[in-house]
Design a protein around this ligand. Structure first.
Ligand code: HEM
Length: 467
């Protein structure tokens, strides 16, 4: 069988690179061997595709010939048979059930909650305080998703929920990236035992959240996504989805619905903090919308007046968010395993092969992005986007398995960016390490994004030079 070109030999070294730094590995392989290439680890063949037309063929036209790849399947350890891991009929049924709650027609209803938590967060820091903005954003986005989709106000319990979700995520990452995932999972070692205890703790938090929703739920009411799941639950008198399925969907949405957006925003502020000109333009746009800042304490209240309609007046903020996800796509690669033979370009993809499409590689492709490593939000101006293929940018994937939360993320991303920017200006914390991209399940900053939060009022009053 003729395979696409790619690195051959030195399989152990290659396997290590692939496991430790997958995004960079895909990038290097594509640059060296071309936009359709292949490599082998153990007995398995992997293809990497970096052509927009082929990606659209795989994710949309011939999506039915593929299932999620092994790494994504392993996330069932955390998310059971939730929407991200389920396949076939179950996936279709569940997607139809939940889609209306994340449809773009409905998303604006969530703006007040997004704005409320953003406005709440502006008082969280002291002027000049060094913070891990990534951690803080995770907390804000977790509160938002819990409130909007489950109408549950987690309050202080949110800290525990966030911590347990984080713990479980670390465990799943360990299993997924292990050369022997089954062994890692079932080993009697202390780490696995601890993980099982943590899993139990997380489960009980999820059960509590659903139980509280059930207590408030009135039959026939479908106000929230949790209402919809409870309405569809099996009862003695009629079939439906199992209670376990509800838990799986809740944990899936809690996880997918907060960490990715928090990552994207944390990277956006990291980039802004190193690009003063672009940062100034963002601040000017926000100030023009919310009114010039003055020294009255009430000015902070303006953040709470942001609405979904304001997004139209924040085109630069949207370009910043877009550009941050180009350079640091929270989902850095999509993997699919062929269940039937398929032809890709001049090559056959035999059933069983895993095909990777990497946003990290595509988004830095000089064919589509001039000076690709440069942070340049204006490259998203219509006149500069002309002729760029649609699939040269796919942070949310696409097709039947595309991100169900995409419209939510755009609204949330722009509103949080604007809201926090009205009050705070962040600068790099010189005594902390620079953030390092860690591509595991998502492209997260390994040790956080440490920034100094300057109150813009103090900066304006000239008490400190923050620019
Ligand atoms: C910047 C933020 C986000 C990014 C970059 C992102 C990215 C993605 C990508 C690339 C996929 C497709 C994976 C694949 O095809 O294998 C996906 C799927 C998914 N996302 Fe997101 N996501 C984001 C935010 C959200 C939010 C806010 C939610 C929930 C409210 C969400 C829920 C999901 C779910 C449930 C799926 C699985 C959909 C299915 O298979 O039917 N995501 N996401």
């Amino acid at each position: 069988m003729v395979r696409p070109p790619g690195p051959r030999g030195q399989e152990i070294a290659m396997a290590l690179r692939f496991r430790k730094q997958p995004a960079q590995f895909f990038y290097d392989v594509v640059r060296e061997h071309g936009n359709l290439c292949s490599f082998k680890v153990g007995t398995r063949w992997y293809y990497v595709v970096n052509e927009p037309d082929i990606i659209s063929d795989l994710l949309i036209t011939n999506n039915a010939k593929f299932v999620k790849d092994r790494a994504q399947r392993l996330t069932h350890l955390l998310m059971g048979k939730g929407l991200i891991t389920s396949e076939g009929e179950l996936h279709l049924k569940q997607r139809r059930l939940m889609q209306p709650y994340l449809h773009r027609n409905r998303i604006d209803d969530y703006a007040p909650a997004i704005v409320r938590y953003t406005a709440g967060a502006v008082d969280a820091w002291r002027d000049g305080e060094t913070i891990d903005l990534h951690l803080q954003l995770n907390r804000i986005t977790l509160d938002i998703i819990t409130d909007t989709l489950f109408d549950s106000l987690v309050g202080d319990a949110g800290t525990t929920l966030g911590r347990e979700l984080g713990n479980m995520m670390s465990y799943v990452i360990r299993v997924v990236t292990s050369p022997l995932p089954t062994l890692t999972r079932w080993s009697p070692g202390p780490k696995s035992v601890k993980a099982r205890l943590q899993r139990r703790k997380l489960n009980s938090l999820i059960v509590k959240l659903v139980d509280e929703g059930r207590e408030q739920h009135e039959p026939g009411r479908r106000n929230t996504l949790l209402d919809a799941l409870l309405e569809a639950e099996e009862r003695p008198d009629r079939p439906g989805i199992s209670t376990q399925q509800i838990y799986d969907e809740v944990i899936t949405l809690l996880l997918t619905g907060h960490e990715t957006t928090a990552n994207a925003l944390a990277w956006a502020w990291h980039l802004l903090s190193h690009h003063p000109e672009e940062y100034e333009r963002l601040l000017a746009e926000v100030d023009a919308l919310l009114g010039p800042r003055d020294s009255t304490p009430g000015a902070r209240d303006s953040v709470g007046t942001l609405t979904a309609a304001d997004v139209a007046s924040l085109p630069y903020a949207r370009r910043v968010f877009t550009e941050a996800m180009r350079l640091y796509p929270p989902a850095y690669a999509i993997g699919r395993e062929a269940v039937a033979d398929h032809r890709v370009g001049d090559f056959q993809v035999p059933a069983g092969t895993t095909v990777y499409m990497s946003q990290y590689v595509m988004h830095r492709d000089p064919r589509f992005y001039e000076d690709p490593d440069r942070f340049d939000p204006d490259r998203w101006l219509p006149e500069r986007s002309e002729g760029r293929p649609k699939w040269a940018y796919f942070p949310f994937g696409g097709g039947p398995r595309g991100c169900i939360g995409e419209p939510f993320s755009w609204l949330e991303g722009v509103l949080i960016l604007a809201g926090l920017s009205y009050v705070w200006r962040f600068r790099p914390a010189v005594d902390k390490p620079a953030p390092v991209a860690q591509p595991l399940i998502s492209l997260r900053p390994r040790d956080g994004v440490w920034l100094v939060a300057d109150d813009r009022r103090s900066l304006q009053a000239g008490s400190r030079n923050g620019t």
